[in-house]
Design a binder for this molecule. Structure first.
Ligand code: PGA
Length: 247
């Protein structure tokens, strides 16, 4: 059976002191988890977190990755640079990057391609805004976002992780219901099935106010293979409870 993946997205949170305490609490409580676990940390803390996580069960991820290999791209971080820190995952196309940094579907697809070319698994985020949901456009939006990634990456699409994150559920405490999430995951799974014979092994994560209380019902859905966790990933007790719910 496919193992679930629980990935924390720390966003722009943390400090040397706070990271050490958070990771030590997680390592002390995690045991041998039944799922895969990762934390996607701010790039400046990759070296610190790599050292703290060395040899343990928690893998490391970044929150973004450049679509370029190197050169005159001030402020960008290349896949090769990230690889030096033992990175397994990179989030691409998070709605906060789409919204505040103008990232287009095409750029997100190029970032996914750049990650894959370096052996980093992109966690590709898709999701509709509240206005789009209310206008009945949820399917259209997530399919358009995923289609760009499929078209740029061809058969390599089977190597990505996809995270469905309804924008209205992110950081709001208002999670999608398990039924709402499953409905969209089924749409994404069908779209992936049309693109690759390996669609069943692609992990589809849900993200958006997943917490210790709602994780079990979301993770019990047939097409929900894990979670991308923001706020609750900063609280060791909550993150460990979500990991336990993914058993
Ligand atoms: P949240 O964030 O769990 O705080 O809603 C999820 C995310 O943005 O990845």
């Amino acid at each position: 059976m496919k193992k679930k993946l629980i990935a924390g997205n720390w966003k722009m949170n943390g400090s040397l002191v706070a990271n050490e305490s958070l990771l030590q609490s997680l390592l002390a409580g995690i045991g041998q988890p039944a799922c895969q676990v990762a934390v996607c940390v701010p790039a400046v803390y990759l070296a610190q977190c790599q050292a703290l996580l060395k040899g343990g069960v928690i893998e490391l991820g970044a929150q973004d990755i450049s679509s370029h290999e190197g050169g005159a791209f001030t402020g960008e971080i290349s896949p090769a640079m990230l690889k030096e820190f033992g990175l397994r995952y990179a989030i691409v196309g998070h709605s906060e990057r789409r919204q505040y940094h103008g990232e287009t579907d095409e750029l997100v697809a190029a970032k996914a391609q750049s990650a894959l070319a370096s052996g980093i698994t992109p966690i590709v985020c898709v999701g509709e805004t509240l206005a789009e949901r209310e206008a009945g456009k949820t399917e259209e939006v997530v399919k358009r976002q995923l289609a760009a990634v499929i078209s740029t990456n061809g058969h390599c699409i089977s190597e990505v992780v996809v995270a469905y994150e309804p924008v209205w559920a992110i950081g709001t405490g208002l999670s999608a219901t398990a039924e709402q999430a499953q409905q969209v995951h089924a749409v994404l799974r069908a779209q992936l099935k049309a693109a690759t014979p390996n669609a069943d092994r692609i992990k589809l994560l849900y993200g958006g106010s997943m917490n210790a209380a709602n994780a079990a019902s979301l993770l019990a859905q047939p097409d929900i293979d894990g979670g991308l966790i923001g706020g609750a990933a900063l609280k060791p007790k909550d993150f460990l409870a979500i990991i336990a719910a993914a058993a």
